[in-house]
Design a protein around this ligand. Structure first.
Ligand code: MN3
Length: 201
């Protein structure tokens, strides 16, 4: 069964002015589609064809670089569209808010740590908020790796993440990654992040 590109859960222009429509279109329709297509090519005719995306990602270290990169790319982007939303942002509530306060001192403490991880990732990659054995931690991964992978330095369940590849922000922000990181907080779908957090426990 071939992997398929999930539809964006909102219009490409819905995250304006924080993330522009053209970036969303190219990011979803071209970049994400390419990960899906290349993943399908990489698993074609092998037993990996019948495995779930999550199983492939978790075993990335023992699979081909093409599966690691494109399987990771497909998983990460499918996740990323879900944790963004129009008219979103603000702060989390409920159990997630309590855990963030407990594990980072405050929401601002978390924000600072997450921003540092996203800023400090040299080249292409991702920054993550990860649930790890009941505790929240921040990490970052290179390329299309993620915390589910057996090869990840910090392993756990990703509940929030940001794509810091230049293709995620260059059309609007060019070299100003920090501005993109600032805008990100206006489009975080905390309801979905909370859902992923509860499901991870
Ligand atoms: Mn991307």
């Amino acid at each position: 069964m071939a992997f398929t590109l999930p539809a964006l859960p909102y219009a490409p222009a819905a995250l304006e002015p924080h993330i522009d429509a053209l970036t969303m279109q190219i990011h979803h329709d071209k970049h994400h589609q390419a990960y899906v297509d290349n993943l399908n090519k990489a698993v074609a005719g092998s037993p990996n064809e019948n495995k779930s995306l999550e199983d492939l990602v978790k075993a990335a270290g023992s699979l081909s670089p093409a599966i690691r990169n494109n399987g990771g790319g497909h998983w990460n982007h499918s996740f990323f569209w879900e944790i963004l939303a129009p008219h979103a942002g603000g702060k989390p509530s409920g159990k997630l808010a309590e855990s963030i306060a407990a594990d980072f001192g405050s929401f601002d403490g978390f924000k600072e740590k997450f921003t540092q991880a996203a800023t400090g990732r040299f080249g292409s990659g991702w920054a993550w908020l990860v649930e790890q054995d009941g505790k929240l931690v921040v990490s970052s991964t290179p390329n299309q790796d993620n915390p589910l992978m057996d090869v990840a330095e910090v392993k756990g369940t990703p509940i929030l993440g940001i794509d810091v590849w230049e293709h995620a922000y260059y059309l609007k922000y060019q070299n100003r990654r920090a501005e993109y990181l600032g805008a990100f907080w206006n489009v975080i779908n905390w309801k979905e992040v909370n859902k992923k957090y509860e499901a991870s426990l």
